[in-house]
Design a protein around this ligand. Structure first.
Ligand code: NAP
Ligand code: GLV
Length: 313
């Protein structure tokens, strides 16, 4: 079995070592420009278009992350880039849900309990108890109820605040009021005090966090974007922060990454920035998951996490 590997990151050697351990007998090679020799499987993160040059025998492309937007962008820019007879497969959880739960519940508690405002008061040596946010109206809306969003919605509900969830198709999640499809989007948004974005980036969800959406939320709402930068219309967030419609935002992802040094978000007093680390790909879990899926495909079984290319996720 021939396996092609590519990551632009510095740790390719460690990945190849771990895949070699998990897939004894497989011929693993790191993709180099000009390599279009046959391969059965490709395991990639942010691959260049050239990696998809016609190649005999390719059965599946495994993405070393949950979001496949970087790969689908290659296809959208130049239709026909992706081999149509190979599956495109994403990571399913692989330890990312726990990290997302930690990140998002931290943000909910920080805003619910007004920790940022107390930190600001401390810089002024001011002893000033603030009016608590009423828990019963601190409604948190989770956009995207997939592998990650479902666990995040459940964890936030366990904090005792009302939780809504939004997805493409109807869902039932205990403790979460669910909404599905464009027709229910406004009802999902109306008067929410906080929104947490865990949608995939697709043509339908591009720019989804915009002025219209912010205007539907409760005044002084909070935004957490842990999905993708192009979901957010950055100028609309700055305007909503200036008007007070949005009170504060926690952002892990940006239209341009790394965020340019002169970007206004860096110095905004009510924006918290993390460098696309809300849920990192964990090597042990990812290697085990992909090795299991390769074994399943080799036995002729079906696997989860297969992307519907036309749908975009
Ligand atoms: P997933 O399992 O594919 O879930 C996607 C969810 O979004 C599904 O519930 C889907 O609805 C919903 N959805 C998709 N398009 C929609 C639309 N147009 N309208 C309404 N709902 C829509 O994905 P996941 O594994 O949870 O990951 C979600 C995203 O998180 C990834 O795509 C990635 O961009 C991001 N992510 C970020 C980081 C980070 O470090 N910042 C790490 C991991 C992942 P249905 O369930 O009805 O299909
Ligand atoms: C990270 O952003 C991922 O999509 O896994």
């Amino acid at each position: 079995m021939k396996i092609l590997f590519y990551t632009p990151q510095a740790d390719a050697v460690a990945w190849l070592h771990d895949f070699a351990q998990a897939l004894p007998g497989a011929e693993l090679r790191e993709w180099q420009p000009g390599d279009n020799a046959p391969a059965d499987f490709a395991i990639v993160w942010r691959p260049p278009r050239e990696l998809f040059a016609p190649r005999a025998g390719l059965r599946a492309v495994f993405n070393l992350g949950a979001g496949v937007d970087a790969i689908l962008a290659l296809e959208n820019e130049q239709p026909g880039t992706l081999p149509r007879d190979a599956l495109l497969v994403r990571l399913e959880d692989g330890g990312m849900a726990q990290q997302m739960v930690e990140y998002t519940t931290h943000a909910v508690l920080r805003y619910l309990r007004r920790f940022d405002e107390y930190a600001e008061l401390q810089t002024k040596r001011r002893w000033e108890p603030l009016e608590p946010h009423p828990r019963r109206t601190f409604t948190v809306g989770v956009l995207g109820l997939g592998v990650l969003g479902t666990q995040v919605a459940r964890a936030i509900a366990s904090l005792g605040v009302p939780v809504r969830g939004y997805s493409m198709n109807p869902k039932q999640i205990e403790g979460v009021k669910t909404y599905a499809g464009a027709a229910q989007f406004d009802a999902f948004l109306t008067d929410a005090k906080m929104i947490v974005n865990l949608l995939p980036h697709t043509p339908d969800t591009h720019d989804v966090l915009n002025a219209r959406v912010f205007s539907k939320l409760a005044r002084g709402a909070y935004l957490v974007n842990v999905a993708r930068g192009p979901h957010l219309v950055e100028a609309d967030l700055l305007d909503a922060l200036a008007s007070g419609q949005i009170a504060a935002a926690t952002l892990d992802v940006f239209r341009q990454e790394p965020l340019p040094a002169d970007h206004p978000f860096w110095t905004h007093p009510r924006i918290t920035i993390t460098p696309h680390t809300s849920a990192e790909t964990l090597r042990d879990e990812s290697v085990a998951q992909i090795a299991e899926k390769i074994a399943a495909l080799s036995r002729g079984e079906t696997i989860g996490g297969v992307i519907e290319i036309e749908r975009g996720y």
